[in-house]
Design a protein around this ligand. Structure first.
Ligand code: NAD
Ligand code: MLT
Length: 339
């Protein structure tokens, strides 16, 4: 069977597929019509966040059995189209959780202590010791928005550093929050209003898109916003303005509505904003974990076995379409590519 890999994925996973006798082709450059050509004879497609897997991709790939997402977020994959085409979508929701949580903690300290800014001044030859007065997380309140896998790991780590925890997540039980010593509140504004730091850990869904805008940022007045979840949840223009105007003390972001972040993003011009290029899952361990988990999902799908972590309703062997040998109808995709 042929496995097409369109975003960089660790060799540990790709070797597992090769060892099982499958052909693995990597193509990290093709976009638009080239991507549609590349996927024509693929039986599996493996992606991270950089490939937009649109309806057109499913139409172009008649023999596709599974799309493996080597990571958590599946917002770059049209799940409804996958279901309609009988294609399984499986993510790897466990392997990069600790990496994402550690990056969030690192970003919290980076912005609270102006570490990138101070480093920049030092390498420019300036000993700006008197110009940076940071904020401790100790004895502060952390508002966690979304207490799922990553949110819980962030909460545990920052709790152990002396923060009080307030949580907004309408889909969890009070017990989950209590187990972490956190207070669950019913209103996003209340959580942000009580936080000195607020960290976002929801998926990007129609419900969460634009969830943190000007009004919400105003609730966090004087505090810091950290978003290592997904771009699009926070209104970037409103955030840049809030930090620039001094409504917020700072912000740290790892993910953006458009990736790579456009050169004209207002976030790039605000001194107290710390940015990383979607590095949350970029550790050796996390990349090996998600690559191996994704390879296992592909192998299970090829063997017509149940696939763990299936996100489309094509996840059970009985619901899958038979593979076809017909040529696909060509349509185009114009999604931007960012890895
Ligand atoms: P998860 O599904 O385990 O948890 C998400 C939580 O958000 C759930 O508890 C859910 O109830 C909650 N939620 C859903 N809608 C909500 C709403 N409207 N308001 C408040 N809470 C809501 O997901 P996860 O594995 O913890 O991942 C969290 C986010 O981090 C995702 O967006 C994921 O894509 C992202 N992520 C980013 C990186 C990175 O590299 N930056 C790495 C891993 C994960
Ligand atoms: C994820 O959702 O797992 C992240 O986007 C990590 C990634 O694949 O870069």
């Amino acid at each position: 069977m042929k496995v097409l890999v369109t975003d960089p994925v660790a060799d540990a996973g790709l070797d597992r597929l090769r060892d099982a006798g499958h052909e693995v082709e990597t193509d990290y450059e093709s976009e638009g019509d080239e991507l549609l050509d590349a996927v024509t004879d693929a039986n599996a497609l493996i992606v991270r966040s950089g490939t937009e897997v649109t309806e057109a991709v499913f139409e172009a790939a008649p023999d596709l059995v599974i799309v493996g997402r080597a990571g958590i977020g599946v917002d770059n994959i049209d799940i409804d189209a996958a279901t309609n085409h009988g294609v399984i979508v499986a993510n790897a929701p466990d392997g990069n959780v600790r990496a994402a949580a550690e990056h969030t903690v690192a970003m919290t300290f980076a912005v609270a202590r102006s570490i990138p800014q101070a480093h920049g001044r030092l390498v420019d030859g300036e000993w700006a010791k008197g110009e940076f007065l940071g904020t401790e997380v100790n004895n502060k309140t952390l508002a966690v928005v979304g207490l799922g896998r990553v949110g819980q790991e962030v909460a545990k780590r920052l709790d152990s550093l002396g923060t009080d925890l307030v949580v907004y997540d309408p889909y969890i039980s009070e017990e989950r929050a209590e187990r972490l010593g956190a207070e669950l509140v019913e209103d996003l504004h209340e959580a942000l209003g009580r936080g000195d730091f607020a960290t976002i850990h929801t998926p990007l869904l129609p419900e969460t898109e634009g969830m943190v805008g000007e009004d919400e940022l105003a609730q966090l007045e004087g505090g810091y916003l950290i978003n290592c979840a997904r771009g699009g949840i926070v209104d970037e223009e409103a955030l840049a303005k809030a930090v620039d105007d001094g409504v917020l003390a700072g912000a740290a972001l790892d993910s953006f509505a458009e990736e790579p972040l456009p050169a004209d993003s207002p976030l790039l011009n605000v001194e107290e904003v710390v940015l990383t290029p979607h590095l949350g899952a970029s550790t050796e361990a996390a990349q090996e974990n998600v690559a191996v988990d994704t390879a296992e999902a592909v192998l299970a799908a090829f063997d017509d076995e149940p696939v763990l972590h299936s996100c489309s309703t094509a996840g059970s062997p009985r619901s899958r379409r038979p593979t076809r040998a017909t040529s696909p109808r060509r349509t185009s995709t114009s999604s931007p590519r960012a890895r």
